[in-house]
Design a protein around this ligand. Sequence first.
Ligand code: F6R
Length: 362
Amino acid sequence: EKGGYKHFMAKEIAEQPLVIADALRHYTGGGQSLRLPEELDFASIDRVTLVACGTGSYACHVAKYWFEQIAGLPAEIDIASEFRYRDPVLSPASMAVFVSQSGETADTLAALRYATGKVAQVVSVVNVPTSSIAREADLALPILAGVEVGVASTKAFTCQLTVLALMALKAGLDRGRLTPEAVAKQLAVLGTLPGLMSATLGLSDAVAQVATDLAKAQDILFLGRGTMFPLAMEGALKLKEISYIHAEGYASGELKHGPIALIDAQVPVIVLAPKDGLFEKTVSNMQEVMARNGKVLLLSDAAGIAEAGAGTWKTLTLPQVDPLWAPILYALPAQLLAYHTAIAKGTDVDQPRNLAKSVTVE
Ligand code: F6R
């Protein structure tokens, strides 16, 4: 059942190149054009509101950057438990998107019901196509991750990101921001992800080595800018869920507004920094950590490590990836770090204490 893996989580991490390739195949015509349902039309939408809980909410956070950058479409995000109690101002011309692996999360379902009738279209991005959140939406987009058993979400996260990426491209096309050729070009780049993911999974042994040290930490910080900010929060969530080590994800630029007070030689700081337009800024924040004896683990590509790896505690070199789609790739080392740290600590990876796979109460 675990296909030769020790844990469902390991199996589900390893499946990602395959399931991402499946999702891309399903939602594109030969990898050249988008094949999303006709009803998904962003042309006359004035805003997209993305709502989810936990890991799904970090996928929404990444998607916010994509919708705004790729399609110039205002995007707003909220966690489901806050959304429905804050009297959200919903435009009747907006689209509300609910992201859920299980499709049964009580707060997300209630948020979907709250938005129904108040917005132009309610869309769900779900893994379980027969779920309540799939059935009650105007339009449900399956993420095609296959059954996810491990309580900590892994392949569902990268499949959510993939479907949201395709939605953002569709928004760009519908709104005249992208030509069909430009979309085809991005789809070709997305098509390289499964291969890059397989290469990244090859880092597993190196991650396991680092994890023996991380397992001794009391607190761990994750830092990132741009779409690496939600990835930092996802990395921290995954780590605390299964290793029970206290971890927080911060936007690198927020460091000096408080969290830098936590830095000492005992606190590992994991910096997610592909060599993109924000790289220099993230590195300067990283150097502030190093100046205070912080133990930096830098995750970047070869160019980034060559430029900024000196003086860090450890580095992990990922394949080079288009910065736009980097979050889909950088999810993998975040998952592997949590997995191997939990293994090093001897905690129950697939069934962590106090957690349920599907949260059907508020
Ligand atoms: C984290 C995790 C949870 C879920 C959250 C939402 O690894 O699995 O944070 O992401 O409970 O669940 P779904 O996506 O089923 O609505």
